[in-house]
Design a protein around this ligand. Structure first.
Ligand code: ZN
Length: 332
């Protein structure tokens, strides 16, 4: 279970899904995007789905992130079926299960699909992802737990019991290219950012970057994040020539909007690393990231989540050690 309780409780979000490419944030061009954007829903009572992207090649389809719930993954499969081309490759931006659970469902429909992602999932399958297995199993037997949460729990247990559909057969260990007809997608690896290994994708031809949870609206999710590596990743992305950035959650944005996200991120994490009170750090994001906070119906959700991340993740040395790859962690 990827999301902390505070996020799960408060995860009301503008979860409208769109089959058409959507560009927000001002000056981005309206030209037809060469991909289909499927927005991940973040409903109130169940765990979220990450955004997905479907690219069409001459004879095949490529997917970036596959969602969690079958309803989300089936939208991806429907795009491929409508074009009558098989999905031959999946790229997971990271191992969080709102982005990778759907791999199994895609491969059930298209058994040959290759999986490109970082090897960070191998560590997660020995740590973060299995820490709460007993609690999850107990939830299935608890009559007070609502059925939608039980359904999420079953999805989680099925996913971790099927590591072949999470672990890459094409590991991303640095920058690499994936060809789709004439199109050449550049895969980049950010180490110790939103997870221990985040893959982000640059399509130079359409001047688009797909960054997974390196960018999340209304605020960055630090559940497995390392502020230092994450800042470096955002700086590297900012140096690129692109017009549209597709985040892991929320709608696509233009480069200028991303740059303001980045400066809010830098200010928020610098505050978390200082001795300033938690409330000051929360206020930093609420002000500098105001346009992102405004994309969620409830500002209190952002305030609570930000305070949680400052106090329970960013200022906890054991978590910093674990998520920043510093092996001298004394506890967890
Ligand atoms: Zn996510």
């Amino acid at each position: 279970m990827k999301y902390s309780a505070v996020l799960l409780i408060a995860a009301a979000h503008t979860g409208v899904s769109a089959a058409e490419p959507v560009v927000t944030g001002g000056a981005a061009p309206k030209a037809q995007a060469p991909y289909t954007f499927i927005e991940g829903k973040v409903p109130e009572d169940v765990q979220p789905d990450g955004n997905s992207i479907v690219f069409e090649g001459p004879n095949e389809m490529l997917v970036i992130d596959t969602g969690r719930h079958p309803e989300h993954t089936d939208k991806i499969i429907a795009v491929a079926k409508a074009r009558n081309k098989p999905i031959t490759a999946i790229i997971n931006t990271h191992w969080h299960l709102d982005h990778a659970t759907g791999n199994a469902r895609i491969r059930a429909a298209y058994p040959g699909a290759k999986l490109y992602t970082s090897t960070a999932v191998e560590g997660a399958l020995k740590g973060f992802l299995i820490r709460n297995v007993d609690k999850a199993k107990a939830r299935l037997d608890d009559p007070s737990v609502p059925e939608p949460r039980k359904a999420d729990t079953r999805l989680y247990l099925n996913a971790i019991n099927d590591p072949a559909n999470l672990v890459p057969d094409h590991p991303v260990k640095g920058t690499m290219s994936v060809k789709l007809g004439e199109r050449e997608l550049k895969l980049h690896l950010a180490q110790y950012a939103a997870t221990e290994g985040d893959v982000w994708v640059h399509d130079p031809a359409s001047k688009t970057v797909f960054v997974g949870d390196l960018v999340v609206v209304p605020l960055p999710f630090f559940d497995t994040g390392c502020a230092e590596g994450w800042r470096e990743a955002l700086a590297e992305i900012d140096r690129l020539d692109f017009q549209t950035l597709v985040p892991g959650h929320g709608l696509p944005m233009d480069h200028a909007t991303f740059s303001s996200y980045r400066s809010a991120f830098d200010a928020f994490t610098a505050c978390a690393e200082s001795s300033q009170p938690t409330a000051s750090c929360v206020a930093t994001w609420m002000q500098k990231g105001a346009q992102f906070v405004a994309m969620h119906p409830d500002p209190k959700y952002s305030e609570d989540a930000l305070a949680y991340y400052v106090d329970q993740v960013l200022r906890v040395p054991a978590k910093r050690s674990e998520y920043c790859g510093k092996p001298n962690a004394s506890s967890r």
